[in-house]
Design a binder for this molecule. Sequence first.
Ligand SMILES: [Zn+2]
Length: 499
Amino acid sequence: MSVQKNTLKEYIHIIKHLQDNGVIFCRVKDFLTHSHRRVCYLRHDVDEDIECAYDMAVAEHNLGIHSTYYILTTDTAKTWFEEPERKKSGLKMIQEMQSMGHEIGLHYDVFGDWFWGSVKNPDDHIKEALGFFRENGVSIETCSAHGSSRMLKVLAYREKIPYETRVLLKNQLIWSDAPEPPSKIMIRDKTLYSHSLKKEDYGIKLEAYHLQSFLGGKYISDVRSPSDKGRVDLACASGMDMEKFVRELGTHQQKTAKKGRNLIRTSDVSSASQLSGVFKNIPEGTGVQMSIHPHHWRKKNNMKHKRRVDSFGVHFAATFYDRFYINKGFKYDRKKMTAMLKKHTNLFDESYRNYTLLDVGCGDGFWSHILAEHYTVRAEDPSMGGIMVGSCNDEEKKVEWVCGKSDTMFTKHDVTFSRCPSFFNRKIDETFQTSFDRIWERTNKIMVVIMASSPPFDRNTGSSYMHCPEKLEKFCSQYGKTNLRHEIGYIWVEIQKEE
Ligand SMILES: [Zn+2]
């Protein structure tokens, strides 16, 4: 049986039923002015798809309901926010949603921006997003923390992050008035202090997660169904620890459901009436917060959305490197180069056979093809042209080809092979070291670096930086046992990772 996705129609059916049963919906910011709080604060975290949020906003408006839409502009929302045409039409939709009476708020990911992204200050992205919306007439008074998919990635790959740190990686802890105790969070070379931003400085009056500590009442959220992948259930919990509740539902849905938490199947005909039962006994002076993700209610094969995406297309412009690799690249001679690798490195040592190897900045994969005779190879390069050429020449699919920057990815390999990617083609400075650290972290046993260099050293020629062998040796020796030779105009480095 094929899985039926939830639909906007189902959502509206539920909302309408609640409305008919006397539930009063309002926006999160209405909490600031309400004296009578026996209401449902309806909020939407718009993680990725502004178009389906818009459809939901229109449908709610037609029922006379106004809620809060928290708009993310980073992480998963980049698909529309960094695509010029979609951004333009997205902004129009947001302005329209506001004029319907909905509240627009900020959905933010400070932790993801800081630990995973490339912002200079932790709050850069927030400032930028708030500036963009406010300049365009969208007023923002409240915010809600995003459960960052980028941070989940960091957590998944960096098993070394202690549990005590993991539980601190919640975006809402960045605000000075978060109820939890303050902490200092360190991951790799980056540090972030929780409670370090003041909402007032950003014109923010309320964080939706903190709202729960005022309400103390029930919380409803649409969560992935434990029994039916592809669908969501409406889950309901009491009490203040909403964050814990969401986390548990996300990770141990089955168990949680068994523990008797109130999971309401949205596919059930009775779901709406079950839900209205939740609202019956709300004590005076409290309220229910209901969090809905519009994209959960979008049909996967929603043609309307698909057409929108198709009509914008995917922008592509070839870079210098794309052209270079497609036009035959360095034109190396395979036999000669294989012999050279064998002579000047230990890469073809029998004991290394079947190790995994990462080709860092593989270009058109010239070296990957050679190394695949000895290793299980993953080849990475930011040039789509390079990766395409590499993959086209690899009909047997011996190599795994990945388009992206090696100093931003996380998989680990026994050997890393760097034939001077651009981030090493520069003097030894902070940037050099940051990239070096990242490649070192991805290395299980041996890091191999090869770079062209001839005296005088410490200078830029047209396209290459001439590293000084002594300085490089000193630098590498900080990491592990280093074997560096300067032969035939190349620096050959092998660094062993101590067990
Ligand atoms: Zn989110």
